[in-house]
Every structure is written in structure tokens, then in C-alpha cells.
Design a protein around this ligand. Structure first.
Ligand code: CA
Length: 232
């Protein structure tokens, strides 16, 4: 992938910058244009939710004048899988975990360097590219069907409601059933190579996944090593 271009299409990535502060947004947008992206701007949470349908990427400031940024993120995630990087001034662990759980793909903490931000945007795009290019798009395994295009999981009982991270985790573990995935490998593939949040985040997601799939034996824990998807 070159610059701000997605590999699947040759159009520059439409990047929605949600930021109320002109002093931050103006130079950011200028820089993003130079990097080959096609940025647009929303000044409020309401504006962001309204215009997100056209965006291929969202950069979301949490300190917005109308709505809480976390709420905006959650609402965007209800309607689309568009990648979201959250920009936050709140440097507190709980907040970061919550952001990742409500569907942000990554976050940067203010004040951030422009180069770091662009590197993170590209890392998210690369990761999504890899997901799309991966193994079977529709996979029947362990009594469930995983559809990687629509990011849906269904069982005999109907659709299994997963959070975006739970889906990514399941999709990764089932890429090669019976193969042990180490904790480090899972964290770097499903979260981010720079992830340094609480170490039990992965276990919490696994527990939730087991509960939702209704098959506690599908995922085997290898204590201190990682996890393995075992259902056939
Ligand atoms: Ca702001």
C-alpha cells in the first residue's frame, strides 16, 4: 500500500477528521492531504455520525462540544466497521480499555506527533488489509458459521452478537484451528503491536467469547502460553 491509498481500490482513503478545534484540525488536514489522504472534517459528534457513511477512516477527538466522544464511537460502530482511531487527552488505563471495547481500532494521546499518527493510521489499514486477504471468507467450524466479509457469526440459534474485538479474536483463532496462538501473537494481531494495556484484557475477551459461543470447550487455554481453537 502506498501512502494514503488503500490497496483494494485506487482511490485515496476518505478520512473523516472529527475535531472541534481549528488550531488542531487545520494543520492536521493539510498534513493528511500531503500524505495522500482525502480528509473531510466534522466539528461535532452529531455531524460525525451524520457524515460517517462516506468515510473510509475516522479520526475521532473525544473532547467534542455536543456529545461524549466515546458515545460517538459507539454509535458509529453500530452502523459501520469503518476503522476508527480515537484521539484522547485522557491518559488513564480504564478509559483506553473502554475505547478499545466500544470498537476503536487504536488511539493516540494528545499531544501527539503527526508522524506517529500517520504511522498508526497506516498500521490499522495494513492490519485490515491482512484480515481481508486471509483464509476462508465463510468458514463453518465448531457448529458456527464465521462470515469474514459481513463480520457475522451465526449458530443454529441465530446470530451471535460479538463486539468488533471479539470477532477479530475469533476470526484469528479459527484461521488455523488446532494451532496454538501465543498471547503475544494474539495481542499484536488483534489489538496492536504497541498495545500495552492491562494483561487480562485478552482473558476477559476469551471468557466473553466462550460464553457467547455457548461452547466453553471450543477454545483451550494453555496456561502462561496462549490459546488454541479446538472445535471441529
Ligand atoms: Ca476537542
Amino acid at each position: 500500500m502506498a501512502d494514503g491509498y488503500g490497496s483494494a481500490i485506487t482511490q485515496p482513503v476518505q478520512l473523516l477528521v472529527v475535531e472541534d478545534d481549528d488550531d488542531i484540525a487545520d494543520p492536521l488536514i493539510e498534513g493528511l492531504v500531503l500524505e495522500g489522504f482525502a480528509p473531510t472534517r466534522a466539528r461535532t459528534g452529531a455531524e460525525a455520525i451524520e457524515s460517517v457513511g462516506r468515510a473510509g477512516f475516522v479520526l475521532l477527538d473525544l473532547g467534542l462540544p455536543d456529545l461524549d466522544g466515546g458515545e460517538v464511537c459507539r454509535r458509529i460502530r453500530m452502523s459501520t466497521d469503518v476503522p476508527i482511531i480515537v484521539v484522547t487527552a485522557r491518559d488513564d488505563e480504564l478509559d483506553r480499555v473502554r475505547l478499545l471495547e466500544i470498537g476503536a481500532d487504536d488511539y493516540v494521546i494528545k499531544p501527539f506527533g503527526f508522524r506517529e499518527l500517520v504511522a498508526r493510521i497506516r498500521a490499522v489499514l495494513r492490519r485490515l488489509d491482512r484480515c481481508e486477504a486471509s483464509v476462508e471468507l465463510i468458514q463453518d467450524i465448531g457448529g458456527i458459521r464465521i462470515d469474514r466479509r459481513s463480520r457475522r457469526v451465526t449458530s443454529d440459534a441465530g446470530q451471535v452478537e460479538l463486539t468488533p474485538k471479539e470477532f477479530d479474536l475469533l476470526a484469528f483463532l479459527t484461521e488455523e484451528p488446532g494451532t496454538v496462538r501465543t498471547r503475544e501473537e494474539i495481542i499484536s494481531k488483534v489489538w496492536d503491536e504497541h498495545w500495552w494495556g492491562p494483561t487480562n484484557t485478552l482473558d476477559v475477551h476469551i471468557a466473553s467469547l466462550r460464553r457467547k459461543l455457548g461452547d466453553p470447550g471450543a477454545i483451550t487455554t494453555l496456561r502462561g502460553v496462549g490459546y488454541r481453537y479446538d472445535a471441529q
